[in-house]
Write a protein that binds this ligand. Structure first.
Ligand code: IMP
Ligand code: MG
Length: 178
């Protein structure tokens, strides 16, 4: 797997923005006691979650859930599959879903409805990237790192065909060589 990748959001820009999101969460949940729980949607959010949670100084727990990805495609199928459900009970917890990117909105809309049925005390979404022009379903997202136009991006957890997750920056794949 080798493509030319242009840097879109640098490591320094990501770090500053993630720290600002954590500061907002520290402020908003200061009265949540020990009820705060971050739910990381795998695999794409693992790096974002790791950086974000280390800047949250409130007591909190981290849980994981694996949902379907695009496979080898760069277009959303609109179908959401739970590959591995949460192992924790979220009833009466203050839950923040941590996601890498919201595109059509199908994934987060489905997951938000599913988790809502389990009666958390509160439920919000924190996404690193938003592609608002691609939205097919309205989803309320409280915390957004960066809003971008419709481009396929990789790095900082985001993949193309399971590659490029390790890049410390977010980049745009140049597909013209294929
Ligand atoms: P949605 O259901 O269309 O909102 O898609 C959300 C999921 O699609 C994300 O969690 C990503 O896994 C994947 N995705 C959407 N856009 C991109 C992208 O530009 N690069 C890599 N993955 C993406
Ligand atoms: Mg994802």
């Amino acid at each position: 797997m080798h493509h030319a990748i242009d840097v879109m959001i640098s490591q320094q820009q990501i770090e500053a923005r993630v720290n600002a999101l954590a500061a907002q969460i520290n402020h908003d949940y200061q009265h949540a006691g020990s009820g705060l729980m971050l739910v990381c949607l795998l695999k794409g959010s693992f790096i974002f979650l790791a950086d974000l949670c280390r800047q949250i100084y409130l007591p909190h727990q981290v849980e994981f859930m694996t949902v379907s990805s695009y496979g080898a495609n760069t277009k959303s199928s609109g179908q959401v599959h739970i590959i591995q459900d949460l192992l924790a009970n979220i009833k009466n917890r203050h839950v923040i879903i941590v996601e890498d990117i919201i595109d059509t909105g199908h994934t987060l809309s489905y997951i938000k409805n599913l988790l809502e049925q389990r009666q958390p005390a509160s439920l919000e979404i924190c996404t690193l990237i938003d592609k608002p022009s691609r939205r097919e379903i309205e989803v309320a997202v409280k915390y957004i790192g960066f809003s971008i136009r419709d481009q396929f991006i990789v790095g900082y957890g985001l993949d193309y065909n399971q590659f490029y997750r390790h890049l410390p920056y977010i980049g745009i794949v140049r597909f013209e060589a294929e």
